[in-house]
Design a protein around this ligand. Sequence first.
Ligand SMILES: [Zn+2]
Ligand SMILES: [Zn+2]
Length: 172
Amino acid sequence: MLYNVSQLLKEPIGSTREYRVDEIVDGPELLAGKVLGQVNLLHTHQGVLVRGQVQVETAWSCSRCLASVTDTASLEIEEEYFPVIDVITGRRVPMPEDADPTFSIDANHTLDLTEVLRQCLITEAPMKPLCRPECQGLCRTCGVNLNQAACSCGGASDPRWGALADLLRNQN
Ligand SMILES: [Zn+2]
Ligand SMILES: [Zn+2]
């Protein structure tokens, strides 16, 4: 998701560009497909402020059963990018001290939104994502996916069988 901002940077501070986003991102982790929405680029005192709202397709693994899950997420992005080269003079400019070097406008005056989306997703993503709230996970003993099959190794965690096992144990 590359945007060339050389023209925008030559325009007065406060100039904006509006873009409709409709792309397929062949993503880094999490991001996995279509990105739809819109972004606004604003020429600021030091760089370009990107604001936007996008819907992204995401892919991740369930933390219990490891199934891969695709989903969509709505993200609100706001990030300021700083140029490494002055577009008028062609000279290198230092980034502000507290700026994240990931969010730089490169020597070709291009900024990349992919990393913003990825970071946004990481912040929004649950720590232990589940394919569905009642996911049964994998049997700890034999690894069977308990959503798909009953486990036959005897390590079943089904409470009904547990009760039966207790009963049998008590009889012995
Ligand atoms: Zn699951
Ligand atoms: Zn098992």
